[in-house]
Design a protein around this ligand. Structure first.
Ligand SMILES: NC(=O)C1=CN([C@@H]2O[C@H](COP(=O)(O)OP(=O)(O)OC[C@H]3O[C@@H](n4cnc5c(N)ncnc54)[C@H](OP(=O)(O)O)[C@@H]3O)[C@@H](O)[C@H]2O)C=CC1
Ligand SMILES: C[C@H]1O[C@H](OP(=O)(O)OP(=O)(O)OC[C@H]2O[C@@H](n3cnc4c(=O)[nH]c(N)nc43)[C@H](O)[C@@H]2O)[C@@H](O)[C@@H](O)C1=O
Length: 325
């Protein structure tokens, strides 16, 4: 199976073609919608979860039969941080398998030209070589706190590959690293680390608390990518990549959780102390992705972690805090 940029299956999309962005109100989907609008795409097909529950196979089939989108970006999923993944394993495996199987199969059946599936860096083995190349997939045991979600995401990559091999259908997969930005989930327990800390530091600053408690040991390393960069990479892949293998999408910017906590503390302006809750899991010790394949196709990220944090905090103040007053 050829892995080419600009192969027969890949063509630069017509900007008036109908593009279905599944999950358009989430962190990733909303950034992809902003990027598509910015690039001049005029015919976006959008449905809220309440309007179309993607776990319902018959509804998904009717939707595709009626709407006949030309391209699909699948950014709808059950998503959460380490605590949510560890607490709701059945939801993370079942909902994600259902959504992706329904959407991929219906898209294929109803003549979609190209589909982009999004996985996650947690698909790789817990002790994968660093930085992690695409070829590390399925070479070792997974991190237990998110293995259910990872198994669903691995099945998504394999489903895209199977449809490509059997039907010569243009389904591709992108593997984003840890993301952050506007429209993130700021839930105190179920969110990812960056929005969780932003909220906790902000609330501590407002209440005059002396200490903010951060989970785990502070030693795990994480690579963060601003969601606007991710959205840019997704459209880049949709327009230019057509290959069997999934593509890593990272920033190359890696920090320890302790460094992240100190950076968020500074951006928010909290002047108290940091405490550590060692009863909470650390998860994977390190997951820096090797994004050289994407770089070799011509894509590079633009937003630094410090600038991205400042912009996200402004967004949080204007949209989450202001809305709750
Ligand atoms: N956030 C991150 O750090 C990372 C995310 N990713 C991947 O990016 C993709 C998007 O994640 P992200 O934007 O963060 O997630 P969000 O939780 O912010 O958004 C997910 C979206 O999917 C929708 N959705 C969930 N279930 C259903 C359903 N049954 N039917 C229809 N819509 C549904 C949600 O709608 P509603 O809220 O109404 O339920 C929401 O709009 C996922 O595939 C995720 O795995 C990959 C790596 C890192
Ligand atoms: C994107 C990725 O996200 C998940 O994996 P993760 O990278 O481990 O996610 P996380 O952001 O929740 O935590 C990162 C680190 O940060 C520490 N940490 C400190 N304090 C808080 C805190 O307050 N909240 C959270 N959530 N973590 C905290 C936490 O203990 C851990 O060491 C996957 O489940 C999976 O969904 C996936 O693909």
């Amino acid at each position: 199976m050829a892995e080419t940029i600009g192969s027969e299956m890949s063509s630069i999309p017509d900007k008036s073609a109908k593009v279905f962005v599944a999950g358009h109100r989430g962190l990733v989907g909303s950034a992809i919608v902003r990027k598509l609008h910015q690039l001049g795409y005029t015919n976006l097909l959008l449905r809220t979860h309440a309007e179309l529950d993607l776990t319902r196979q018959a509804d998904v089939e009717s939707f595709f039969a009626q709407e006949k989108p030309v391209h699909v970006i699948l950014a709808a999923a059950k998503v959460g941080g380490i605590h949510a993944n560890n607490t709701y394993p059945a939801d993370f495996i079942a909902v994600n398998l259902q959504i992706q199987t329904n959407v991929i199969h219906s898209a294929y059946l109803h003549g979609v030209k190209k589909l982009l599936f999004l996985g996650s860096s947690c698909i790789y083995p817990k002790f994968a070589p660093q930085p992690i190349p695409e070829s590390a997939l399925l070479t070792g045991p997974l991190e237990p706190t998110n293995e259910w979600y990872a198994i669903a995401k691995i099945a998504g990559i394999k489903t895209c590959q199977a449809y490509r091999i059997q039907h010569q259908w243009d389904a591709i997969s992108g593997m984003p690293t840890n993301l952050y930005g506007p429209n993130d989930n700021f839930h105190p327990q179920n969110s990812h680390v960056l929005p969780a800390l932003m909220r906790r530091f902000h609330e501590a600053k407002v209440s005059g608390a002396e200490e903010v408690v951060v989970w785990g040991s502070g030693s795990p390393l994480r690579e963060f990518l601003h969601v606007d960069d991710l959205a840019d990479a997704c459209v880049f892949l949709l327009e230019r990549y057509s290959g069997l293998e999934h593509v890593n999408i990272g920033s190359g910017q890696e920090v320890t959780i302790k460094e992240l906590a100190e950076l968020v503390k500074e951006v928010v302006g909290f002047e108290g102390k940091l405490g550590w809750d060692s009863t909470k899991p650390d998860g994977t010790p390190r997951k820096l992705m090797d994004s050289s394949k994407l770089a070799s196709l011509g894509w590079t990220p633009k937003v630094s972690l410090r600038d991205g944090l400042r912009q996200t905090y402004e967004w949080y103040l204007e949209n989450v805090c202001a809305a709750s007053k």
